[in-house]
Design a protein around this ligand. Sequence first.
Ligand code: CP
Ligand code: NVA
Length: 325
Amino acid sequence: MRHLLTMMDLNRDELEQILVIAEQVKQLHAQGRRPAWLARNVLAMLFEKPSLRTRVSFEAGICHLGGTAMFLGQEVGWQSRESTADFIRVLAQYADFVVCRAKHHRTVEELAAFNVVPIINGLTDAAHPCQALADLMTMRAAGGDLEDKIVAFVGDGNNVARSLAVACAMVGARFHLVGPRKYFIPQEIVARIRERYQDAEILQTEVPETGLSGADFIYTDVWTSMGQEAESARRRKDFAPYQVNRYLLEMARPECRVLHCLPAKRGEEITDEVMESPNSLVIEQAGNRMHAQKGLLLWLAMQEDKLTAADLEREGIHLKRPLAT
Ligand code: CP
Ligand code: NVA
């Protein structure tokens, strides 16, 4: 059974398939076509932290595909009323997929270990793979083939940055992290990415000019992630030189595009001016969360033999990226 806990759970071909499905499903959606490929499928959504994009884009996405989402908050008593073992084996009999946003990454690993229902990580302290799928989709739409493109992440080497670093390695993009050394992505994680993708370029630097020179994309995220609120004063000080503003933007290529996973703290990690500039892709990027996750759900359904390539082809969706004309 397949799960998506981190980007390392996919190989390059599988990632390409998910993106190709997502890109075509987005086109169908724009034409007002919503084939009910997942009719009567149920997506259970377990959330330990707040969410707008992840929650609503999954709920809307499964609805477009003919299925239903069930939002499960604290009242289901997960981790309090009963054991994880009982909880997930019962839930798996009702739901076809589970999305989980958890405080600790080990929580999604524990759920997946039972192997009774596909588990999708909707963000943990360690990874945000659904975000990375939408990020790749957004950058591909703006910049075409991402091979050798420079993606400069400015800020904390957090969950979003880590998933993006793997995603970049998978598509041959060059990943630069620009921020204070103590917030770099830990070396053991970088080593794991390099072990799998020997051609990966991952550069971490405290010097904005070094990391941003020639950048095709600049990405940032909040300085204080959910769960780190006690450190926010310290972090505001540490990250102050790394605000994405017009001066920092000038260090990159003139046509450089700007991404942010949102929610943003405008005036901290990014200025209003950059958020609203023509370089900014942030709103489209958030929209792509839904299309990318529809691609993921359809791909997972194929792994579960609930859907075939022929079902997709009947609606004009092909598993290979069309050749550029
Ligand atoms: N980017 C993202 O995951 O947003 P939410 O926290 O609103 O889901
Ligand atoms: N790094 C942020 C991302 C929010 C989508 C957090 O974990 O809070």
